[in-house]
Design a protein around this ligand. Structure first.
Ligand code: SF4
Ligand code: SF4
Length: 204
């Protein structure tokens, strides 16, 4: 290699190293762009929740607004892996009416594909921006939107209605996820006979 080429290579190396280090050193004097993620409660209070900074189309944990849920089962049917469990029974107070006694979503099983959201006629079921759900067992990651002690009547769509008032997205799921931190209620355990009776009831 000629000496001139050798010297030119050294010059290029020094120049590119200088340019790189200039950029690096400039960050020593700038305000940090990062925020503390987790950590002690006090540190978190100072910062915005990460969930609130995510894009609105983020597919986090699902949420059902029962106030506009028609109990049509479209979401349950659309889910390819049976994550959603809805049970509808006759209203004990008025057997002519139906009520939802169960609307569970197993977030430990959900693959966040969004297929259940598409067919919902009222926008009741939606993905939220909630994603934090540390749990010791996957079976505890079930969101229960209906309290069996307070069955939910299906929403009746007014004739010609095209818009449906929905609770602020995340306002229902966030407290449910927060409750995961407390000891979970025991899951209902079905005997084999009960499971078969349940499956037969759903088939009709
Ligand atoms: S997001 Fe996908 S996997 Fe999860 S409940 Fe909906 S359809 Fe099922
Ligand atoms: S959430 Fe939507 S799709 Fe699912 S049962 Fe209710 S209205 Fe039907």
């Amino acid at each position: 290699m000629p000496v001139s080429q050798y010297l030119a290579n050294i010059k290029d190396t020094v120049q590119s190293a200088w340019e790189g280090m200039t950029v690096t050193f400039s960050y020593l004097f700038r305000r940090p762009m990062t925020v503390q993620y987790a950590g002690p409660e006090k540190a978190r209070e100072k910062h915005e929740l990460v969930q609130d900074t995510l894009p609105s189309r983020y597919r986090g944990f699902l949420e059902v607004d029962l106030a506009i849920c028609t109990a049509c089962n479209a979401c349950e049917r659309a889910c390819p892996i049976n994550v959603i469990a809805i049970e509808i029974e006759k209203d004990p107070a008025n057997p002519k009416l139906r009520v939802m006694t169960r609307f569970d979503i197993d977030e430990g099983k959900c693959m966040f594909c969004g297929l259940c959201v598409e067919p919902c006629p009222t926008g009741s079921i939606q993905h939220t921006r909630e994603f934090e759900g540390t749990q010791r067992t996957l079976s505890n990651m079930v969101l229960r939107f209906v309290d069996p002690a307070k069955p939910a009547p299906p929403y009746k769509v007014a004739k010609g209605a095209t818009a449906f008032p929905r609770a602020v997205l995340g306002s229902i799921t966030r407290p449910l996820v927060k409750a995961w931190d407390s000891p979970p209620p025991p899951l209902p355990i079905e005997s084999a006979e009960e499971a078969m009776a349940h499956a037969a009831k759903k088939a009709h």
